[in-house]
Design a binder for this molecule. Structure first.
Ligand SMILES: CC(C)(COP(=O)(O)OP(=O)(O)OC[C@H]1O[C@@H](n2cnc3c(N)ncnc32)[C@H](O)[C@@H]1OP(=O)(O)O)[C@@H](O)C(=O)NCCC(=O)NCCS
Length: 226
């Protein structure tokens, strides 16, 4: 593990999105089926270009989303390194259950079966967060939509700092925080006060996709603290 100085959290710029996307790709590797299908070929130059383009559109069109970077300085203290990345969104309305309403599905998933599989995953993926938004009675909830820390810089507190940026905001506004968490991130979320509400989210993709890897995600929530 490289020796590093302290970790800072600050807004990510549009120009930094390609670096953040690489951090995302490296950190998830191929351990997370949802990321593999949501960001096709995310470890290739074309997949990274497309993923970065989608993140840029998202960042520029969703005022309620905050794109954050975790940075540190190298051994010489001169160069800022982006080691982590997160997106927190204050959601007051449930996201569309139909993926085609938020993504250019033909372009991102040109293969029809991939497109159908992703569309089915998506409609199940948004159910718990939509329920949380509905239960908030119009106040909304803070959703941690993405979190990734570069493998060479994990266990240094960057993940915690990115999570706590959002839980602090949620506390200030008296809102619930939620995340569809990977098993690897569970400990971190628990340390930050999130609790498993759904131990394993349901994905009913149908028999024709029985052989595909399904996401293993835990739906976690945290009540605001005073
Ligand atoms: C989950 C992830 C973001 C954690 O980032 P991080 O910067 O290493 O997190 P922190 O250093 O703040 O770790 C906080 C605590 O979480 C737990 N933790 C973190 N990584 C862990 C791991 N690989 N195994 C077990 N526990 C882990 C530990 O309790 C750790 O505290 P400690 O180091 O004092 O023991 C990072 O492992 C990652 O990017 N994973 C792949 C992508 C992913 O799954 N993202 C979450 C999407 S929902």
């Amino acid at each position: 593990m490289p020796s590093v100085n302290k970790v800072d959290i600050s807004p990510l710029s549009d120009e930094e999105i390609p670096i953040a996307f690489q951090v995302l790709s490296k950190s998830f590797g191929h351990e997370a089926p949802f990321v593999d299908i949501y960001f096709p070929s995310h470890d290739t130059p074309s997949g990274q270009a497309q993923g970065s383009k989608r993140l840029t559109v998202w960042k520029q069109t969703s005022e309620a989303s905050t794109f954050l970077k975790a940075t540190t300085r190298g051994d010489q203290g001169d160069q800022e390194l982006i080691i982590g990345f997160a997106v927190w969104t204050l959601m007051k309305e449930a996201p569309p259950a139909e993926l085609a309403k938020t993504e250019n599905v033909e372009e991102v998933w040109p293969d029809e079966a991939d497109r159908e599989f992703m569309t089915r995953l998506w409609s199940d993926y948004v159910i718990p967060r939509s329920k949380a938004i509905e239960d908030s009675g119009g106040k909304g909830v803070y959703v941690l939509e993405l979190l990734a820390v570069h493998p060479e810089y994990q266990r240094l507190g960057a993940g915690t700092a990115l999570v706590e940026w959002g839980t602090k905001k949620a506390d200030q506004q008296g809102l619930q925080a939620v995340v569809e968490g990977t098993p690897i991130a569970r400990r971190l979320y628990e340390k930050s006060g999130l609790r498993a509400k759904i131990e394993e989210m349901r994905f009913d993709v149908g028999d024709e996709f029985a052989s595909r890897r399904k996401p293993k995600l835990i739906f976690m929530t945290r009540e605001p603290r005073k």
